[in-house]
Design a protein around this ligand. Sequence first.
Ligand SMILES: C=C(O[C@@H]1C=C(C(=O)O)C=C[C@H]1O)C(=O)O
Length: 185
Amino acid sequence: MTPTARQQARHWQRAPGSLTQRLFAWGGEVRVQRLRQQVAPLLPGEAADLGLAPGTRCLVREVVLHVGDAPVVWARSVAPHAALSGPWKALVGLGTRPLAALLFDDPAVSRTPLRPQWHPRGSRWHQRADEAWRTVAGQPWPASVVAARSSVFWRRGMPLRVFEAFSPAMLASPTATPPTSPRPR
Ligand SMILES: C=C(O[C@@H]1C=C(C(=O)O)C=C[C@H]1O)C(=O)O
């Protein structure tokens, strides 16, 4: 990873507030492609961050965010299944609306500090990012490391862990224009 890419990764890993809003400001058009939303096993680190026993039934939502015509973020959010009948029931009908809609305008939602992380090729996280990219872009994850971040949103005592991985297209250079110009309206 070039020094510029590392610097850009740190920028996105630590950027407060809504990533969707930042992507919109960066590229003018953001689209959410939902890959899955179902009860599924957790990946390494998720149960601990949620304060759950491994094997607890959880809802898993995976999406890819597109800016213009290019996929730029793979995101994976997990919550205890029990939360779907309570504080996070709005997840059920979210569809392809950005998750941010449930998080940043609700005073009942708090967020733990952002945790930057790097997942090398061979890790479960890199494997999952690779699977998502093969599905969406028809190619493997285009880097040997997945630069990402995670944090936990809390609402009325129930957690929602959000993980976001940044594609190399986002890390290209400080002045990187979005990967493609938004489609003309
Ligand atoms: C949490 C946010 O919502 C974004 C949208 C997501 C989704 O729709 O599943 C998941 C993670 C984020 O990239 C945000 O914009 O910060």
